[in-house]
Design a protein around this ligand. Structure first.
Ligand code: SF4
Ligand code: SF4
Length: 467
């Protein structure tokens, strides 16, 4: 027997105790220092000459039951491999993200999907005919996988610029799920400018689960970061729209910060806390902006354009992983600011991620699909900007290029280069988009261990205060 590789500890000096967590079993315990030190004595396989009294043996039995003690390193490694294989092949959930259009009504400088010459005014928009093909493709997936749940997310560009496709897909797939007794949830990720109660009411019968809206700082900062194409601000109208829909659906707030905007977020949080809808927000979380190169000196995340056309990869990720602290950023400054904003959010009583349970993100799931407006298939939302990495198409077979790309994503396992890092089960090597863009190798870890460690300390103190 030996201590698990995935044990993490945080001393709680005030209580003379230690917070223990195992990131693989997700067990969390607060124990005496003596119990924690038992784990130190079991750091190696087959420790020799160890004797335990009755009390210690009871503690060891409990620690083993919760996954803090394992048989040996090799057995645990095999379990980890099995975990990632099971996750990849899991068919209980079919997750489909549809980019209804790449067009947008905003002119955010940082947007990876914007073509800053024309703000993607002429970018692809899904036709109703393609939407019908998408519905057919989803029907086939439902029949092949027989999932328990189906999750449909509308994304863009700005998805609300293509309402006919949203309505058609929601209605068609709802019917498909109803016929097959599959639970369906529909989500929208929008800039919020065009959101109305009518849209929410129209989608409510089709499993509308939540709407995620982006606010990039307090009013002045948001209006600077996310103006309309004509330069007008958008903050007040978005807040009005949230006010009008907050009692009709679950609203969460996201935000993208850089060095010039991060300090305005506490004022945004204060403003939100004063609103009538504050208590109905289901999640508030912020992530760093992924910058294109050449990166200005205050930019946080330099990403290199890598596509043939010279366009950068998309930097948008709406998963908990991409929206959190571990992936998609590259420096300690970001790690520190993520922690700072998480604490500020919690201080005002808003629900937010704990910063430890960040992944594995959807790129590790075979049956999480991202569909472009033309019906192309992508491994995750972050790779939609690079056609050469499309993994297929809903219509045709796709050919060798698609097969090669699909094989690359099949083999993705950056965590295998992470050695004995205790965070592998909740990090999986970080964001592959960041690895691909910044390191030129999607299979290299994009490491933000500092962010995970600081989130762990916060989690430990929360557990201690509730214990
Ligand atoms: S690889 Fe990065 S962008 Fe893609 S789902 Fe994972 S965290 Fe998000
Ligand atoms: S990327 Fe870093 S924190 Fe994540 S599993 Fe690898 S070594 Fe650990």
């Amino acid at each position: 027997m030996r201590a698990s590789t995935f044990n993490v500890q945080v001393p709680l000096p005030d209580r003379r105790e230690v917070f223990l967590m195992n990131t693989f079993s997700d067990a969390q315990l607060i124990v005496s220092k003596d119990v924690a030190s038992l784990l130190d004595r079991l750091a190696d396989d087959n420790p020799r000459g160890l004797a335990f009294d009755n009390e210690e043996q009871d503690a060891l039995a409990q620690l083993t039951e919760h996954g803090f003690i394992v048989e040996d390193r090799e057995t645990e490694r095999r379990s980890l491999n099995r975990f990632f294989t099971d996750l990849r092949e899991d068919t209980s959930l079919l997750r489909v993200t549809v980019l209804t259009t790449l067009q947008c009504n905003f002119a955010c400088d940082y947007c990876f999907q914007g073509d800053h010459g024309d703000y993607n005014k002429f970018a692809q928009k899904m036709s109703l005919e393609t939407a019908e093909q998408v519905a057919h493709w989803i029907a086939t997936r439902l029949d092949t996988l027989e999932p328990e749940r189906f999750s449909l997310t509308f994304f863009g560009g700005e998805p609300l610029l293509n309402l006919p496709v949203m309505y058609a897909l929601a209605e068609r797939t709802w019917e498909l799920c109803r016929q097959r007794n599959v639970e369906m949830l529909t989500n929208i990720i929008t800039n919020g400018l065009l959101l109305t109660p009518e849209i929410v009411d129209r989608l409510a019968p089709y499993g509308l689960n939540g709407v995620k809206i982006t606010l990039d700082g307090d009013r002045d900062t948001h209006d600077r970061m996310r103006p309309l194409r004509g330069g007008q601000g958008t903050f007040d109208r978005i807040i009005d729209n949230i006010r009008r829909v907050a009692d009709r659906c679950q609203v969460s707030i996201g935000g993208n910060f850089d060095a010039s905007s991060v300090d305005s977020y506490p004022a945004l949080l204060d403003f939100l806390a004063e609103q009538e809808f504050a208590r109905s927000l289901v999640k508030v979380s912020f992530k760093p902006i992924v910058q294109t190169t050449p990166a200005p000196s205050q930019s946080l995340i330099p990403l290199t354009p890598v596509s043939d056309s010279g366009k950068p990869l998309n930097g948008t990720c709406m998963t908990s992983a991409g929206a959190g602290g571990s992936p998609c950023d590259t420096c300690h400054f970001v790690d520190e600011k993520m922690s700072f904003l998480r604490e500020e959010t919690k201080l005002r009583g808003f629900p937010t991620g704990d910063g430890v349970h960040m992944g594995p993100c959807e790129i590790h799931r075979r049956h999480a699909y991202t569909l472009g407006p033309d019906g192309s298939l992508h491994a995750c939302p972050g790779f939609t900007g690079e056609p050469s990495l499309a993994t297929g198409h809903i219509g045709a077979g796709g050919g060798a290029a698609h097969e090669n790309a699909a094989a690359r994503f099949d083999a993705l396992a950056a965590w295998k280069s992470c050695g004995d890092c205790s965070f592998v089960p909740v990090c999986a090597g970080g964001c592959s988009v960041a690895s691909h863009s910044e390191l030129g190798d999607m299979n290299a870890p994009a490491c933000h261990k500092q962010s995970l460690e600081s989130a762990l300390v916060s989690l430990a103190h929360e557990a201690a205060s509730g214990a």
